[in-house]
Design a protein around this ligand. Structure first.
Ligand SMILES: [Zn+2]
Length: 217
């Protein structure tokens, strides 16, 4: 198989450089929200299967844009629905959960995800981004987008920045809670947390450790 010049190997599969950057950032956010553990199962990025209607591109094709920005992930059920929300928030508007037999040809359940702002997308991929912008579901026919609606105009790079901001906000909130608890407790020197036997430690020490941990990041 001949891959496009820009193709890189990511987890053993051909991918465009945008995907090599975006997917690990996506996985970080999915883990942080406790939607997945570890990494995502990836069926394909740059196209391997003809049945994909060329949104993933054909590495052997002669088109100007040969494929990138569109991935299929092995996700099912509620996990898939939750992941779709995050992917759309992170700048992949053309993202849908495809249920079992989605193509009426025995197709496997998965999440199909297309990033905005990837210069390697095929014409068919760009058409799916256009479709979701116009409330379509990205398949042949007139079915509406099941949503939730993507953030208008957000690119995958902006999506990574958005995810980092969420993480920072959550950390700051944790610090704020610790500060409030410290203030409520007043003088902590005489307060002890009894967790039994040798492990008895002062509450002030417990808070101090928690505070140092959240501040160190
Ligand atoms: Zn790309």
């Amino acid at each position: 198989m001949t891959s496009p010049a820009y193709a890189q190997t990511f987890r053993g599969l051909p991918a465009c450089p945008c995907q090599v950057t975006w997917i690990p950032a996506l996985e970080h956010e999915l883990r942080r929200q406790e939607i997945i553990q570890g990494t995502l199962g990836i069926a394909q990025m740059i196209g391997l299967y003809e049945a994909s209607g060329n949104t993933h591109g054909d590495p052997n094709g002669a088109g100007l844009r040969k494929g990138g920005g569109f991935a299929d992930f092995w996700l099912t059920g509620r996990t898939a629905d939750r992941a779709v929300v995050v992917m759309r928030q992170m700048g992949a508007p053309a993202t849908w959960r495809r249920p079992p037999n989605w193509d009426h040809d025995g197709g496997s359940e998965h999440v199909h995800s297309g990033m905005r702002g990837c210069p390697h997308a095929t014409v068919q991929g760009l058409a799916q981004i256009w479709a979701v912008e116009h409330n379509g579901d990205g398949l042949v026919g007139n079915a509406p987008d099941p949503g939730p609606r993507p953030v208008p105009d957000r690119t995958w790079r902006e999506g990574i920045e958005w995810a980092k901001e969420q993480e920072t906000m959550d950390e700051e909130r944790t610090r704020e809670i610790v500060r409030e608890e410290l203030a409520k407790a007043g003088s902590l020197d005489n307060v002890k947390v009894d967790v039994g036997g040798e492990n008895r430690i002062r509450l002030s020490e417990a808070f101090k450790r928690l505070f140092e941990r959240t501040s160190a990041q």
